[in-house]
Design a protein around this ligand. Structure first.
Ligand SMILES: [Ca+2]
Length: 194
């Protein structure tokens, strides 16, 4: 039965240089937002809020104010990425409250890549078939480039649900990490957006 002792799923994918920020365990207030500026907050783990996947706190985005299936936590890697590099992305996700049914909508992580302020590409990093109060981990890899595009102007990740769950769609997130998998990082010509 899911509960405060649920296990944090390990990340088993490729690792490289950790991008930190935006990688975070949500142990303190940070730089996340949502696509509609609705509130997410760092939540201290306790008997009523549930366990943190890692550490003692996690991010929760209130289901009562989420505007649509795509309205979830957004992590912006735009100030941190290098054009053309490939990144591994991983995060632990769950629904809350604990009473979320086992038929809750799948959760997914989507990458937003915008070419020079123009065309926007949405690519799924990964998803799980069902998500409930139990922590699940979604991981995937994505390259910071688009065919025919000289440079990306935005490189972001957001969590979405396939359907908007009306009564149990608070989305919890923890242990969010981005790894730069491309060797020779100092040799390329980065376009940073500081
Ligand atoms: Ca944490």
């Amino acid at each position: 039965m899911p509960g405060p002792d649920s296990v944090c799923p390990s990340y088993l994918g490729a690792t490289g240089e950790l991008l930190s920020p935006p990688s975070t365990g949500f142990e303190e207030p940070g730089s996340w937002t949502t696509l509609t500026a609705k509130p997410c907050s760092s939540t201290v783990a306790n008997a009523s809020t549930g366990n943190a996947c890692s550490g003692s706190a996690f991010l929760t985005c209130n289901g009562a104010v989420r505007q649509a299936p795509w309205d979830g936590p957004v992590m912006t890697a735009t100030p941190n990425f290098i054009q053309g590099h490939t990144y591994a992305v991983t995060a632990a996700l769950r629904y809350s409250p604990e009473s979320a049914p086992t038929t809750a909508s799948p959760l997914a992580i989507t990458c937003i890549r915008i070419c020079n302020g123009g065309a926007t590409d949405y690519s799924s990093i990964g998803s799980v078939a069902y998500s409930t109060y139990e922590w699940v981990r979604i991981s995937g890899e994505v390259t910071a480039s688009l065919a025919g595009c000289s440079a990306l102007s935005e490189f972001r990740f957001y969590v979405n649900t396939v359907a908007k769950q009306e009564t149990y769609d608070s989305v919890d997130m923890d242990d969010f990490r981005i790894y730069d998998l491309t060797a020779g990082k100092g040799v390329s010509s980065p376009t940073h957006h500081y």
